[in-house]
Design a protein around this ligand. Structure first.
Ligand SMILES: C[S@@+](CC[C@H](N)C(=O)[O-])C[C@H]1O[C@@H](n2cnc3c(N)ncnc32)[C@H](O)[C@@H]1O
Length: 260
């Protein structure tokens, strides 16, 4: 995703569910094999707060956080430190001069298409005995996702979204396992994990989605049309969600780790 004049990422909205969003990051980090002096890249690092955790926990020699969003990167100034730096860039165009010992990416690669090609390119950024650790959401079949997708295919939204790449880029877990093997990773762990988020009420699902998956609609639609989209989304989604307090929001994610 390249940043245009309109940045859909709002760090405050994203961080409304900070604790819930951080958990998979820590789970993924726990899958990494610690080694001395690692050179690390965090693809789609967001605000950089968790990148700092990664850098400190691994006592990495050097960590680069890469993100395309100016609004998210604006937050990273607070988190830079010795050996840790941040850069604006598109993962799709990222071509480092030197390979990394660890390529890490939490909740970002789902925005990029063609994962077979993408993972092959990422594998090329990993040093000989290096590691890959990736987490991507895989919750497409929950109404919070399917309603947005169906609505986006209807008038008046569809014409604005025509050039927007599908966000159903995520493969099945077993396809990632095969892909990692084909790419020469001889050790791997691939999990599908269901996280259960306790939200105060079902309406909070909309706030959750506004912080992430709906950003593509915010980016593509003119402001008034986006507001209309949100209204229609709410009207269609809420009746499909059980009206219980708290609302239990099941959320599937794929966590994968591999080493050559
Ligand atoms: C859901 S946030 C995750 C942020 C962080 N990794 C975390 O775990 O909190 C996704 C991030 O990926 C970034 N992103 C999406 N597509 C990107 C791309 N093609 N290149 C670089 N960054 C991208 C967004 O700007 C956003 O900051």
């Amino acid at each position: 995703m390249s940043e245009t004049q309109k940045s859909p990422w709002d760090p405050a909205q994203y961080e409304r569910f900070k604790k819930e969003r951080a958990q998979p990051y820590y789970d993924l980090l726990a899958m990494v094999r610690p080694k001395a002096g690692l050179r690390v890249v965090d693809l789609g690092c967001g605000t950089g707060e968790l990148t700092r955790e990664l850098h400190l926990k691994l006592q990495a020699r050097e960590t680069l956080g890469l993100d395309s969003s100016a609004s998210m990167l604006a937050e990273t100034a607070k988190f830079t430190g010795p050996g840790l730096r941040f850069e604006q860039g598109d993962i799709a165009a990222f071509a480092p001069a030197q390979p990394f010992d660890l390529v890490f990416s939490n909740a970002a690669l789902q925005w990029l298409p063609s994962h077979e090609t993408l993972f092959a390119r990422i594998a090329g950024m990993i040093a000989l005995e290096g590691q890959l650790a990736v987490q991507v959401p895989a919750n497409h079949d929950h109404p919070s996702q399917s309603v947005a997708r169906k609505l986006g295919a209807e008038e008046p939204y569809a014409p604005f979204l025509r050039n927007d790449p599908s966000y159903e880029n995520v493969l099945l877990p077993e396809r990632y396992a095969e892909l990692l093997y084909k790419l020469g990773f001889r050790e791997q762990q691939v999990f599908l994990r269901v996280y259960g988020y306790l939200l105060s009420a079902r309406d909070e699902v909309i706030e959750w989605m506004k912080g992430t998956a709906l950003t593509r609609f915010k980016k593509a639609l003119p402001e008034a049309v986006y507001l209309q989209f949100l209204e229609a989304y709410r009207a269609r989604l809420l009746p499909l969600l059980e009206d219980r307090r708290p609302y239990f929001y099941p959320f599937k994610r794929i966590l994968l780790w591999a080493s050559r």
